[in-house]
Every structure is written in C-alpha cells, then in structure tokens.
Design a protein around this ligand. Sequence first.
Ligand code: ATP
Ligand code: MG
Length: 366
Amino acid sequence: MKNIILTGDRPTGRLHLGHYVGSLKRRVELQNSGLYDEINILIADDQALTDNADNPDKIRDNIINVVLDYLSVGIDPEKTTICVQSALPALHALTFYYLNLVTTARLSRNPTVKAEIQMRGFADEGLPAGFFTYPVSQAADITAFDANVVPVGEDQLPMLEQAREIVEKFNKIYGETLVLPKAMIPENETQRRLPGVDGKAKMSKSLGNCIYLSDDAKTVKKQINGKMFTDPQHLQISDPGHTEGNVVFTYLDAFCTNAHFAEFLPDYANLEEMKEHYRRGGLGDGTCKKFLISILEETLSPIRAERARWESDIDAVYDILRAGTSKAVETTNATLARVRKAMRINYFEDRSIIRQWENLLKQTNV
Ligand code: ATP
Ligand code: MG
C-alpha cells in the first residue's frame, strides 16, 4: 500500500500558531522525511462556505493568505500538492454518495460539530444543512486522495472517526474500494490544541484570540504582554506562583526546547527548572514573557521573511495553486471512477450493461 497524506485548512483567515504546532510544522517534517509517496494539502473553501455562505469574498481573499502561509513555513510545491477544494468536482459527487451511509443521529453526536454549532450561534439562528454534514465532505476529501495518514489537531479526531466509519460501511456494501485513514496528532499534548492568547480552550480564527504567522514582531509582543494572563495570585515577584493554567507556561510547554534556555535564559537548564523557580517564588512574569517572545520570534522571523519573498511574486503563487489543483483533479477523478464502478453506477463506461438489459428484457417478455 502507498503512504499518502491528506491535510487541509479552511480559508477563513490567515494561519496562526495553533495551526503551526497542531499541523503545519509536522507537515513540513513529513514532507522532508521522504517516507511518503504523496502529500496533498487541500484548501477547503467549500467547507468554509458551509458557515460563511453570506460572505464568499472572505473565503476568496483568504485563499491567497493560506497559500502564502504554507509556502512561508516551508511547504515545497515540488514535494507537496496544494489544491483548491471547489475545483475538484469528484469531491462533491463522493460527498453525495457518502451522505447515504451516515445517519442524522450519528452526525448530531459529533462532539466537534456540536461545539462549533454552539460557538457559531447556529443553535438559535438555525443550522445550515451543509455545515451539519461537513464531516461527510471531509470523508470525501480524505478518501478521494486514498490518504492513509491525516496529520491534524485534536479537534479533528471525531472527523477522522466518522470518515473511518464511512469507509468501513462503503467497503462492506460495495466491496474493498476505499483506503481506511488514520489521524496523526502531535505527541506534545499542548500542541494538539493550543489555547488562545486569552487562555480560551483553542486558538481559533473564529474566536479572535490568535497570534498569526504573519503578525509582525510588535504585534506579537503586544499580544503576549497585553493579553496573556499569568497567575492572578502571583502579585510580587517573590510570591509563589502557579504554572498550571498559566497561559505563558502553556505556550512554553508547546514551544520551548532545552536549546532555547542555553540561547536566551541560561539560568535554567530546562523548563522544569524554570517552573520550579516560579512555583517557589522569585521569578517574575516579565522575565517569563520576555523568554516566550524570544522563542516565538526565533520561529516567526524566518517565516515572515519567506512570506515577504512570495508576496512579491503572486503570479508564481497562483501558478503553483493552479498546477496543484490540476493534478488533484486527476487523482480525485480516478477515485470517483473506482467508486462508481464499485457502486455499479458506471453505466457509460460499461457497455456490457446493454447485453444485461437485453437479457433482462427477454426474460420478462417471455
Ligand atoms: P475556523 O475557526 O475557521 O474553524 P480554525 O482556526 O479552527 O478555523 P481550521 O482551518 O478549522 O482552523 O483548522 C485547520 C487545522 O489546524 C486542523 O488540523 C486543526 O486541527 C488545526 N488547528 C486549528 N487550530 C488549532 C489549535 N489551536 N491547536 C492545534 N491545532 C489546531
Ligand atoms: Mg476549525
């Protein structure tokens, strides 16, 4: 079996640090590992329209932002196919068939969709049917590329579970056709779901609590100094402090390595020693935040520089996206043809059906 990756993002805004630790960083490592036969990244504009139908320009504008974010973190179009969902008609057809393999009760139980319905106010305003069924379209995305590995943040686990159920059901009814996908989530627990700068459970474009990969150094500093709370009981530097539930330390859990101590804060050998000092008292919040800012700057400044380089050649970015999408049209059409054959609805590729129909008519006319 081939090793094929599919991941993606909704073009609802620029990408942020949550995307970086939850998914993007891993994608680049996997891309450069040479262990995969194919890596595909889907810009899920159709999915983004399920909760932004009244604002298509937002989606249109953010496609370029998302591609620029990919290129600036090190996604290499020579190794990775970047494509746009709405230009792949096979995905729409697959979604339509898969919708018959799930129940509305099962969709209602999906915990991520449930939380997102609350967050978007759909519980009161009415729930768009397209949004309710987007996990099914995600199953179409994954299976259309024959992906067996899907690197995502923790919030996507219920989607993968649902996709696996659809694959199993499809294969049971129509015969072994689709590849069973597996989620790949970060080992580091904080990276699986990075909280927002406000400490809310998830950094998310929709919650407005993000540090974007394209934010300048001044904005990053302002977000950390201005928005991140620490321990409300840690008033004086000498007071003992709590590191649990302290957003600055949560971010350090996600981003810092021992090398960062040698480079920026040589008083400690590692994060455990630093936390120990904070808990004991005597370590100020200012020092902790300054350390975090240095670490984030080390990550973000090369990303910013790469982005600036690509921003000066949008023609080239457009061509990358067009070439990736053309390739993906071929890949996903081939899967759709296989699916239609398995479902025995490939009438126009299968002239033997004429003889079958003739025989059938002969029998009934006797
Ligand atoms: P939206 O608010 O429009 O849903 P989002 O910020 O949740 O946007 P998505 O495009 O839905 O971003 O997510 C893309 C990928 O990034 C998914 O694999 C998701 O798991 C991952 N991801 C998003 N936010 C985080 C986060 N805070 N921590 C870890 N991973 C994340
Ligand atoms: Mg999301």
